[in-house]
Design a protein around this ligand. Structure first.
Ligand code: FE2
Length: 341
């Protein structure tokens, strides 16, 4: 191990010992800083923690003693190894300090060779800990990356399934993708966090997944649905939850998916939630979903003109929709229009 420039802090109230340690370390190739008591040591550590490679610390000092220094390092800079210097009579205490986090101890009077050997072991131990931490960090990042890739590909597959279902019907073609696109534009206007943006994108893409469980006859029926058929259509948010439930990484999105047809005034379905009871991301999807539905052609009606659909959205602020989301929708409207061919 390269010793040059390794910065060691030596703390002892006896000047002779400080000098011996400093001289020994410097002739061996270390850089050494000394402190005459615990409070001076803590001050130096606070200033130089990033550079200090190890601390050699006397246990018995007036005022701020060695055990306070050991505790301070253990709680604030646990990576710095501490070697305790102790009299033979304090051996029990030294062992207690090792339990507290000190690396090792030396009994006074110690041999220079012994000091250098213990210090070298301490530095090697520190290096090992740093490498372990780095490796751990690398592994965690890798696991996160692979999991995200995996989750994303599952969502893309489910998204593809939804698209395939929408494809069969000219009137719903591309609906979920457009809702996801409008939602992501709104997310930017509403300053959502990165995590919320990702969740919103996924939830918007998957919001109608429950339609997989509804018969095509009802989904594509031209003309008005009868009461029974309407009740079946209304079951698609809960059916979506059932379909996605086995995917543990989507658990936190289920309440949003279930609530995308709730109304701000409590008159929506399936649970009649109102206002703040409705998950915030569901309130965003609701607006984008309705806008896309209104501006798309249906088997039983022509699409509403874009401006008329916007007027309708504004009119429903506070009744069907969260007024804050409507405000954001209006602010984002030009960007939304730009995405429509
Ligand atoms: Fe829906």
């Amino acid at each position: 191990m390269e010793l040059e420039n390794k910065y060691i802090l030596a703390v002892d109230d006896e000047e002779d010992i400080r000098e011996i340690i400093a001289e020994t370390l410097e002739t061996t190739g270390y850089r050494c800083q000394t402190a005459a008591d615990g409070s001076e040591a803590i001050e130096i550590i606070n200033r130089d923690a990033e550079q200090i490679a190890a601390v050699i610390c006397d246990l018995k000092m007036p005022q701020v003693s060695g055990d306070q220094v050991v505790q301070f390092i253990a709680s604030n800079h646990p990576i710095i190894p501490v070697i305790i210097l102790t009299g033979f009579a304090q051996l029990d205490m030294a062992l207690d300090h090792i339990r507290l986090g000190a690396f090792d101890y030396l009994t006074k009077p110690f041999k220079v060779k012994e000091l250098l050997l213990t210090l070298r072991r301490a530095l090697e131990y520190r290096q090992l800990k740093e490498e372990q931490a780095k490796y751990h960090e690398f592994l965690e990042a890798k696991i996160k990356e692979v999991t995200a890739e995996l989750n994303n590909s599952v969502i893309q597959s489910v998204g593809a399934l939804i698209m395939a279902i929408e494809e069969k019907d000219v009137y719903t073609r591309g609906h979920s993708h457009r809702v996801a696109l409008y939602s992501s534009l709104l997310a930017r206007t509403m300053n959502l966090t990165q995590d919320e943006k990702k969740d919103l994108e996924y939830a918007a893409l998957l919001h109608d997944v429950g339609k997989i469980g509804i018969s095509e006859y009802i989904l594509n029926k031209p003309g008005k649905l009868d009461n029974v058929e309407y009740e079946i259509i209304k079951s698609h948010p809960s059916k979506g939850v059932k379909i996605l439930e086995p995917m543990s990484f989507l658990q936190h999105l289920l309440p949003t998916i279930e609530a995308h047809h709730e109304r701000f005034d409590g008159r929506g379905y399936p649970n009649g939630l109102a206002g703040e009871q409705i998950p915030p991301l569901a309130r965003i999807i609701a607006v984008c979903d309705s806008y896309d539905a209104m501006t798309s052609e249906r088997s039983y009606r022509q699409p509403l003109a874009r401006e008329a659909a916007l007027t309708e959205i504004k009119k429903c602020a506070g009744s069907q929709f969260d007024p804050e989301v409507v405000k954001a929708f209006v602010m984002t409207y030009d960007e939304i229009l730009a995405t429509i061919p």
